[in-house]
Design a protein. Sequence first.
Length: 284
Amino acid sequence: MRPSQRGVEFSKGHGTQNDFVILPDPDGGLDLSAARVRALCDRQRGIGADGVLRVVRAGELGDPASAPADVDPDVWFMDYRNADGSVAEMCGNGVRVFARYLVESGLAEPGEIPVGTRAGLRPVRTHPDGGVSVGMGAAEVFGESTTTVGGTEFTGVAVDLGNPHLACVTGVDLDALDLTAAPPHDQELFPGGVNVEFVRPLDDGQVRMRVHERGVGETRSCGTGTVAATVAALRAAGRTTGTRVVHVPGGTVEVEVTSGGSTLTGPAVLVATGWLDQGWWDGL
């Protein structure tokens, strides 16, 4: 959707307090530069968010990267950008918020919705209670690595969910970790950077998690990160499949890992709609 005389339309939403600015752009007319993304996500000079979700048909995506070949051109595509303006492959919380927006704006019917992402097509189901389930695909474990926080070394599992993760199961007090700076990572294993999760198992199939997202910093939640955390927690328990309830600072989600894939279920909330000032947008 091209800017109108009223400005640029937007919505704001979050999934377990992982928050996003949503920009409807069906015909791919918005010039969404990295500078504009950074300004939108800035919590002092913009709306404030962990990322931007551009709502565009897959066939109208254009630069900076076209949709994967297996995504139908007519499918709604989640063009996700990190808060620093960089392009990201996938965002589990973002997909849930994206699907909720499609339903609430009349662009899709409730129930089963295919959503295109740079990690491929993701099947999504909206629920009457406001929850959304996302088929996250197979979680590929491709090694182990370490990171360090506050002088303590943590060993983690490298997990690919369309984007890279290092999920570290630990018994330390997660609240004591200083995640204001990005934990160091193996540049050879993660040449494009990595999301780092710290996971503490609890009783009755539950875990706690904190996460530092590449291109963002510590966030209240990370959807793909909760899947990586579940994979790591299951492996620590001697299993490769199962379900975990994952508690993040922003709320709670449920993750199921099977031999053929994974599913993430959690809330998706829309909190505001409005118009960006045209002069502000043009000045970026």
